[in-house]
Structure formats: C-alpha cells, structure tokens
Write a protein that binds this ligand. Structure first.
Ligand SMILES: [Zn+2]
Ligand SMILES: [Zn+2]
Ligand SMILES: [Zn+2]
Ligand SMILES: [Zn+2]
Length: 456
C-alpha cells in the first residue's frame, strides 16, 4: 500500500502541466536562471514540451495552417524590435576572445563544441560586418594559460574567415586564462579613439580560469576594463561563473549561459546589432578633432535627446587595377586599392584607419549602411480583423503583390492577435498606411531597412 502511494506521488509530480522553464529562460537570454515564478525548479525538472502537442489539425485535418502559424510566430518575434530611440555606436571595435582550452573538445555539442563554435563564428563574422560596416573585429585565443592575438583588429572579414578555417592552428589544449585574454584585448584597444564602442565578446567553455600568480589579479583587470569603458560580453558554454557575471555587469555587457546549440547561436546573434552607447564625451575626441558639441553626454536618464559629436572621416580615391604599387598597411606590392584623401598613401581595403595619418577612411556605401540602426523602419502594426472588414483595404501586399486571404473567410472567434501575428496576414506601415504580408514585413525590417511605401 505504501509503495503505491509513493508511486502516485511520483507520477503527480511529473505530470504537473505548466510552461516549460526552458522557454522562459531562453527569453531572458538565459541569464536570470531560477529567478522567475518557477524558482527552485530546474530545466530538467520541467515538463518536456512535445512539439506534436502544440501542433493542432485544422478542420480539414491538415497540419499546414498550424505549421504556418508556428513559423509566422517565430519570424514575428525576430522582426519586432524595440521602438525606443537609442543612441547607438556605429563605429565598433570588438575583440572576440575564444576559449580554446581542452573543454572545447567536449561532445555535448555535436560533434564537438570546437567544431560548432567555429562554424558559428564564421557566419557570425559575416553577419556582423554586414550590419556593422564601419566596425572592426580582432580575435584572441586563450589556451595553455596563455593568450594570443590570432587576428589583429581589422575590418576585413575575409582575413578572419581564412584564419578561422585553419583548424590545425586552432587546436584546443590546456586551460584558459581569462585574465591574460582580457589584458591582451585591453592592450589591443588602447590606441583606439573613445568615440568608438570598445567591446569584447568572450566565448567561454571552461568552468574555471587559470590566471597568473602575481600582484595583478583579475579584479584589477576588471577595474581597468571599467575605466577604459570596454564593454565585455561573456557567453558561457558550461555554466554560470561568478567572476564572469561580475565582469559583464560592471562593464555593461551581457552574460549568457547556453542551454543548447541553438540557444547559444541566439545569444551570439543578439550581440550583432550595435549596442546602445553609454560613452561620455568629456574625454578628448579622436585625432585632435575638437569636440564640436561639448554638452553631449549620451542619453541621460532624463530623456533629453543627445546631441552628436563630430568626427573626421575621409572618402578614399579608388585606384584602377593597373600596375602594382606598395601599400602602406601591409608593405606589399599589390594591384588596385585606395588612396587616403589626406596623406595619399595607398590602402588595401576600406573601411580602415589610415596607417600613416590615422584618418578614418570609409566608403560612402559603408557609411550609408551604418544608418540602418540609426533610422530604423518602425515596426508595422498588426491589422485586426474588424479593420479589414469595415474599411476598404487593398487586396494585395504592397511589397510583393500577393493576395491577402479573404477577410470574410477568417473565423472571428479564432482570429486573435497573438504573439504579434496578424490573423489577417496584414501588417500596416503607420506612416504610409500600406499593407504588407508577413514575408515582406520581415524582408523590409531585416534586409531592406527602408519602407517601399514611404520611399515612393
Ligand atoms: Zn595592404
Ligand atoms: Zn592617410
Ligand atoms: Zn508581400
Ligand atoms: Zn511606409
């Protein structure tokens, strides 16, 4: 009898319905584990959400509509972004600090953490430069308690990709030293102007750091990171580590612990859009440029719109692919390239800082692209079913000319605005009042960055 009771209890406990803890943690970038309503309940204790339970057949017995709405919900979540105005840094300098300790060979990611992270990094770099055309990335690796600059800070994704595909050079070994990695990143950024956003992204696979014995500890390094305003984001593959959380909190970065492979990718991709800046402009501005507007103090809590700083940039002259000339950045004979507008030295690639005079050399398309985040297309509103029924709206999507579903066929009881998904399949631009389909909505906000209706 008593055995039966125990058994019943056990089953009861296991069958508690409720939201999976996993989903919640994922939403809060995995950082606030166990602080929600389900405190004390761990992810592995939560109910496993069976994907076949969520999907429900429609009246015709087909799964098509259910799958479609799931997809739409996912897309919508990505498309919706914060509408609050922010001051963003368009010039970013970032060191990716990669933990290449033995723990990277763990097989909890398939085939290994190492393989997965390298694959992610390659697409991350491409995506990052696409969205931050004026940014620069360098890569530092930590292994055998040492750190090493794998790729110096630069604006050329091809250079980084070629290094990242050389796996033999990246063989994981030993233990990482977080302190050495951070010191190296700080040193690599010391010459950079304060107008740009200085960042590090640490991909940390171990659960400990083996730092050098000596008078300087990781806490001193942390203080220096804070004074140098180096925003540090740490993504952990293993678990939450106190010092990592401290570092990210003090420097204004983010701390994330991955739940699985896909979640790790999400965490990484969250760091791609330019961060809201907190840079104070009391410090002297780059390269002797006078701080034109001295009152710019970043976005203050009071909500006053910040005034801008001025900085010097030059548009280069592109050279024809004629004879070979010596470049100033590598000291090599190369065809083509660009001329610095100030000192006329030859540069291989833009955007870059001129090696001779230090001028920031950018091309105008790069500059234009970096405006995406400064003047984003506002989110399109969801059109409720009443509006479609009561007013004369266009039959087709303004973007792709695909016909919208007939409003009269939609069951009003079912059709509710859920998770920002429009039951009518319409999304309306508030400015130009044109309707778009879900696909166009995503395309406009993700890729095009301008509303075709408003542009007319
Ligand atoms: Zn060169
Ligand atoms: Zn120059
Ligand atoms: Zn469309
Ligand atoms: Zn519009």
């Amino acid at each position: 009898m008593s055995a039966d009771l125990v058994d019943d209890d056990f089953i009861d406990d296991d069958d508690i319905p409720g939201p999976s803890t996993r989903g919640k943690k994922g939403g809060a970038s995995g950082s606030k584990s166990g602080k929600g309503k389900d405190a004390g309940r761990h992810a592995w204790e939560g109910e496993f959400k069976k994907s076949w339970d969520i999907v429900q057949e429609d009246e015709k017995g087909s799964l098509e509509s259910a799958v479609e709405s799931l997809l739409a919900r996912g897309r919508r979540k990505r498309a919706l972004m914060a509408d609050t105005p922010l001051r963003r840094s368009i010039i970013r300098h970032m060191f990716i600090i990669l933990d290449l300790s033995e723990s990277m060979m763990d097989k909890d990611f398939r085939p290994t953490r190492f393989e997965v992270i390298l694959g992610y990094l390659r697409s991350y770099v491409v995506e990052w430069f696409d969205q931050n055309p004026l940014g620069q990335i360098g890569i530092i690796i930590m292994r055998d308690r040492l750190s090493e600059v794998l790729v110096p800070m630069g604006g050329n994704p091809q250079e980084i990709l070629s290094v990242l595909s050389d796996k033999r050079r990246l063989e994981p070994s030993g233990e990482p030293s977080l302190q050495n990695g951070l010191v190296m990143a700080k040193g690599g950024m010391s010459h950079l102007p304060t107008t740009s956003s200085l960042e590090t992204l640490i991909i940390f696979s171990s659960i400990s750091t083996a730092d050098p014995d000596g008078p300087v500890t990781i806490h001193n390094v942390l203080e220096e990171l804070v004074t140098n305003k180096i925003r540090t984001t740490i993504l952990s593959l293993a678990g939450e580590i106190k010092i990592c959380r401290q570092i990210t909190e003090r420097t204004g970065g983010k701390f994330g612990v991955s739940l699985d492979q896909d979640h790790f990718k999400d965490l990484m991709w969250e760091t791609i859009p330019p961060p809201a800046t907190t840079i104070q402009s009391h410090t002297p501005i780059t390269m002797g440029v006078k701080n034109a507007l001295s009152s710019a103090n970043g976005l203050q809590k009071g909500g006053k719109t910040p005034v801008g700083d001025l900085m010097v940039m030059g548009f280069p002259i592109q050279l024809p692919l004629g004879g070979e000339t010596l470049c100033s950045c590598h000291g090599l004979l190369k065809k083509g390239g660009y001329l610095c507008p100030r000192c006329s030295s030859k540069l291989c690639d833009v955007p870059t800082d001129c090696e001779v005079c230090g001028l920031m050399v950018v091309s105008s398309p790069h500059l234009a692209r970096s405006f995406w985040f400064l003047f984003p297309v506002a989110n399109y509103g969801v059109l409720p079913i009443e509006d479609v029924m009561n007013s004369s709206t266009s039959e087709t999507c303004f973007g792709c000319d695909v016909e919208f579903p007939d409003a009269s066929t939609i069951d009003e009881g079912v059709a509710q605005v859920e998770d920002g998904v429009s039951p009518t399949g319409r999304y309306r631009c508030a400015k130009c009042s044109n309707d778009f389909c879900a696909d166009c909505d995503l395309y406009i906000h993700d890729t095009l960055h301008t509303c075709p209706g408003c542009a007319q």
